[in-house]
Design a protein around this ligand. Structure first.
Ligand code: C2O
Ligand code: CU
Length: 431
């Protein structure tokens, strides 16, 4: 794929809105930010990258089916681009340099304008040098509101991330080091839930939107102080709300929980039967508890899968402790590393495709498809959860089913961003 081609098509597509939106479009400014991430008192504030002065960036969003627009301004000393993770948007707004838009150079702007068809919990993050820019803080929540809001007292976004700091409290700047890339990625030495400053009362019902914004860390979670259900995964409502036990979020995955507060609300990261507190919400006072059970959220509209027209296989290869492969980077899909000029799949719009994801490596991978959600298939081929990112354990296999109904060039990659930079990425073409 020649850089000139996509540059031209991006300019053609964005010129009109850029002119007509000269006023009234809010800015999203990518910039350096100095902020306290590590415990105050023990460590100084950290130098990060953020949006509009904060890490995570501001909570952005829109009402379901309404048009969102924002002007990205790049005040960094390097390029960037913003991806709206999980939103089934038009392709030229997807924020992927080399595939859907040009890099936004330092000092330049780019207008993002799209309608968001699904209500739910999404997020935005840099998609340029993302293993480094996300690790440095270029990410934030993106919330699409239901037209009929669920009955809760508080709607709380909990952005979860882990960070690697050095002794002085500065971010370790060994982004993309070979050892990390070839193993489980850049695992941090400090993890945290970014929570709003809300006063909860015992008995209140809350919606908790958990987003794993870590570059590489899979997060098994335990939630204390609430009784309730998981109502959505990756933004998509579950037909039947599910118990909160055993909740695991791979990088980029989300879970919405609706629950009643019974005590201080704690979010814990579980590792080897040990737990680490990511964050807490205090309670003050008490109100009578609701007697109604947690109801499912209204479903989003999805195309009904048709007969499978193509069955593709995506084999994950490479990394440490695995056999070789035909790609020329550390990781590969089907013997190819990094973005090739030919897509992994060429599909006509509306096609139902089955993809067998085969993990032939010694590590877990969270495979993410842009512009679509897909069904995880159960052993008996019944439709499981609708997701945009699926975690496939080392040596395991998972089949997914996707109706490719969104035109364009869509990335398909491992969302362990260190694996992605190490070559585990490809793309599909939907005509
Ligand atoms: Cu969350 Cu290709 O991105
Ligand atoms: Cu991976």
């Amino acid at each position: 794929m020649k850089r000139r081609d996509f540059l031209w098509s991006t300019i053609a597509a964005t010129l009109a809105p850029r002119v007509s939106l000269a006023t009234g479009t809010p800015d999203l400014v990518a910039q350096t930010v100095t902020t306290q991430i590590l415990p105050e008192g023990s460590y100084p504030p950290s130098e990060l990258l953020g949006f509009n002065g904060s890490v995570p960036g501001p909570t952005l969003g829109v009402k379901q089916a309404e048009t969102f627009s924002i002007r990205l301004r790049n005040d960094l000393t390097e390029g960037t681009a913003v991806h709206w993770h999980g939103v089934r948007l038009r392709n030229d707004m997807d924020g992927v340099p080399m595939l859907t838009q040009d890099i936004v150079d330092p000092g330049a702007t780019f207008d993002y304008r799209f309608s968001a068809p699904d209500a739910g919990t999404f997020w935005y993050h840099s998609h340029y040098l993302s293993h480094e820019q996300v690790a440095r803080g270029l990410m934030g929540p993106f919330i699409v509101e239901e037209n009929e809001k669920p009955d809760v007292d508080h709607d709380i976004v909990a952005m979860l991330a882990d960070w690697r700091f050095d002794q002085t409290g500065a971010l370790a700047d060994d982004y993309g080091n070979m050892h990390d890339v070839a193993h489980a990625g850049r695992l941090g030495n400090y993890a945290k839930a970014f929570l709003p400053d809300v006063a909860l009362q015992k008995g209140q019902r809350i919606r908790l939107r958990l987003i794993n914004a870590s570059v590489d860390r899979v997060m098994p979670l335990e939630l204390r102080g609430i009784d309730g259900k998981v109502v959505a995964l990756d933004g998509m409502p579950l037909a039947t709300p599910r118990d909160m036990t055993g909740l695991v979020l791979a990088p980029a995955q989300r879970a919405d929980v609706i629950a009643d507060v019974s005590d201080t609300v704690e979010i814990l990261l579980v590792s080897n039967s040990d737990t680490f507190a990511l964050g807490a919400l205090m309670i003050d006072g008490q109100v009578p508890k609701r007697s109604s059970p947690v109801a499912p959220l209204p479903p989003n509209m999805f195309a009904v899968p048709d007969k499978v027209s193509q069955h593709l296989t995506l084999k994950m290869q490479g990394g440490a402790m695995a056999r070789g492969h035909g790609g020329d980077n550390i990781w590969a899909f089907n013997d190819n590393s990094d973005l090739q000029s030919a897509p992994f799949g060429t599909l006509s719009r509306g096609e139902t495709v089955r993809i067998t994801l085969v993990n032939d490596t010694a590590f877990a991978h969270g495979i993410h498809l842009h512009g679509h959600h897909f069904y995880e298939l159960a052993e008996d081929d019944s439709l499981g959860d609708l997701r945009d990112t699926t975690l496939v354990q080392a040596g395991a296999k998972r089949d997914i089913l996707c109706v490719f109904d969104n035109r364009g060039r869509w990335m398909l990659h491992c969302h362990m961003l260190s694996h992605s930079v190490g070559g585990m990425k490809t793309w599909v073409q939907v005509d």
